[in-house]
Design a protein around this ligand. Structure first.
Ligand code: NAD
Length: 294
């Protein structure tokens, strides 16, 4: 009996890498439903697997914001029991809060939060009735701590964290394990896909000069963090494989200890001000901007 796994967001990045890895498993332990919004983008996954679709893989259309497409995918999978659901689809949004449009914020929540909720809702009843299953959710370091100029993205990942931690409590008696995977920077199309205003562009007009300056500095910081510390998809896949395969998977696992000391500060200093100060200094430098007069 193969372990059946359905993954969302498989046209690129972590979803693509995970689907390819599982479908190409030498012991053929997995039956993979690699889902994506636009099936035409399945080519990359098939190329990765040598140009043809192995019998361990099926591509399925699934837009997590579209309840009809979810219902169709769930209908298709039904009959074959689903052992593992990987809610991976996600998008980013960066920039000063003042530049985030209502539409962009709603779209982000629709994919990152409600998309995961809808997907879980679609497959949970069958897992509950079988009293078995695994749910793996792509969270982020930004789900554990606030990051500058990522307020809306972090809000969506914090929402996922609260959602999943709450759900995990109820799933215990059903023998369903839920794991949140918190990646740091990973080389994928995420950064290219994410919406962010050009620091010299029209969205910045009317924004105060200090915020504009901080944003430019943040983009520089972001670039160097990515250059120096970003992981390859292959390096983060073991976290997903553990969540899928371990007899007793954790509720959370992080791909990097990069921001762990800052994260611990949130716990050791629960009023939060030490974290805010330390994160500000980490990103913008301690003395240069701290307490600077306009
Ligand atoms: P990515 O952009 O390569 O992959 C995200 C995938 O989600 C894309 O294939 C995209 O088409 C898909 N998607 C977007 N909207 C969708 C929708 N409505 N329905 C179905 N699919 C949709 O980036 P990635 O890095 O592989 O991202 C995967 C997950 O990892 C995301 O949830 C992201 O938030 C999280 N993450 C990424 C990083 C990073 O640095 N790359 C860090 C932490 C967390």
């Amino acid at each position: 009996e193969r372990t059946t796994v359905l993954i969302t967001g498989c046209s690129s990045g972590i979803g693509l890498g995970l689907a390819a890895r599982l479908a190409a498993d030498a012991a053929r332990r997995f039956q993979v439903y690699a889902t994506m919004r636009d099936l035409a983008k399945g080519e990359r996954l098939l190329e990765r697997l040598g140009g043809s679709c192995p019998d361990t893989l099926e591509l399925l259309q699934l837009d997590v914001t579209d309840p009809c497409s979810l219902a169709a995918a769930a209908q298709h999978v039904q009959g074959q029991q689903l052992d593992v659901l990987v809610c991976n689809a996600g998008v980013g949004l960066m920039g000063p809060l003042e530049t985030c449009s209502e539409q962009a914020m709603k779209t982000l929540f629709d994919v990152n939060v409600f998309g995961a909720v809808r997907t879980i809702q679609a497959f949970l009843p069958a897992m509950k009735s079988r009293r078995a299953g695994r749910i793996v959710v792509s969270s982020s370091i930004g789900g554990l701590q606030g990051l500058p100029f990522n307020a809306v993205y972090c809000a969506s990942k914090f929402a996922l964290e609260g959602l999943c931690e709450s759900l995990a409590i109820i799933l215990r008696p059903f023998n369903i394990h839920l794991t949140l995977v918190e990646c740091g920077p990973v080389h994928t199309s995420f950064m290219a896909n994410l919406q962010r205003p050009d620091p010299e562009g029209s969205e910045m007009q009317g924004l105060d000069a200090e915020t504009q300056r901080l944003y430019r500095r943040y983009l520089g910081h972001c670039q160097s963090i990515f250059r120096d510390t970003a992981q390859e998809v292959e390096q983060v896949l073991p976290l997903f494989l553990e969540a899928i395969g371990s007899p007793c998977p954790p509720l959370r696992c992080a791909s990097t200890q990069l921001l762990a000391p800052l994260c611990r500060l949130r716990l050791s200093s629960p009023d939060g001000s030490a974290y805010v100060r330390a994160m500000h200094d980490f990103v913008f430098g301690g003395t240069e901007t701290g307490g600077e007069q306009p």
